[in-house]
Design a protein around this ligand. Structure first.
Ligand code: S3P
Length: 175
């Protein structure tokens, strides 16, 4: 069974790149955040506000557990999914994990456009929070990653192409 999971900080392009990648491979595309919202029947900011982050993380674990039973799916994971090792173990067991990176400045620029859908960055000083959270999470992302791709100078198509080329080089991944 094989899938492709995209991990990385908020604003690293997991959704945009994942959609493009799925299209190129003619695979399905799934976003864990969307499934969490559907399961909870409310938006992510509402889940954080009404139920708390722990409840959000529990739903995230359940959603990832369900998705990995599928095949030929590009999965865009929420930025914090790596914090629970069980998610990484499951994603790895059923596929390959691609880590998308971007500089804190790029992330700030990307998440600042288009309203705040990210409760963790709904703070007085998002630039500082991004730097701190990124630093804390970096080892989690690195430990989980099979392949790492920088998206700072993001050309969605080029990133998707780069991922496909790297997958072709990867012996454990058989197209
Ligand atoms: C989160 C990232 C978000 C979403 C939630 C928590 C995180 O997803 O899951 O707001 O902890 O980094 P994106 O990475 O798709 O923005």
């Amino acid at each position: 069974m094989k899938n492709i999971a995209l991990i990385g900080f908020m604003g690293t392009g997991k959704t945009a790149v994942g959609q493009r990648l799925a299209k190129k491979l003619e695979w399905s595309f799934i976003e864990t955040d969307l499934l969490i919202e559907q399961k909870a029947g409310k938006t992510i900011p509402e889940i954080f506000q009404q139920d708390g982050e722990i409840s959000f993380r529990e739903t995230e674990i359940g959603v990832i557990k369900d998705i990995i039973e599928r095949k030929d799916v590009v999965i865009a994971c929420g930025g914090g999914a790596v914090l629970n090792k069980i998610n990484i173990d499951r994603l790895r067991e059923h596929g390959i994990i691609i880590y998308l990176t971007a500089s804190p400045e790029t992330v700030l620029k990307r998440v600042s456009s288009g309203g705040n859908q990210r409760p963790l960055l709904d703070v007085d000083n998002p630039a500082q929070t991004i730097r701190e959270l990124m630093e804390f999470r970096e080892p989690f992302y690195q430990r989980a990653a099979d392949i790492t791709v920088d998206t700072s100078k993001l050309d969605i198509n080029a990133v998707a192409e780069q991922i496909i080329n790297r997958l072709k080089e990867n012996e454990s991944f058989d197209f």
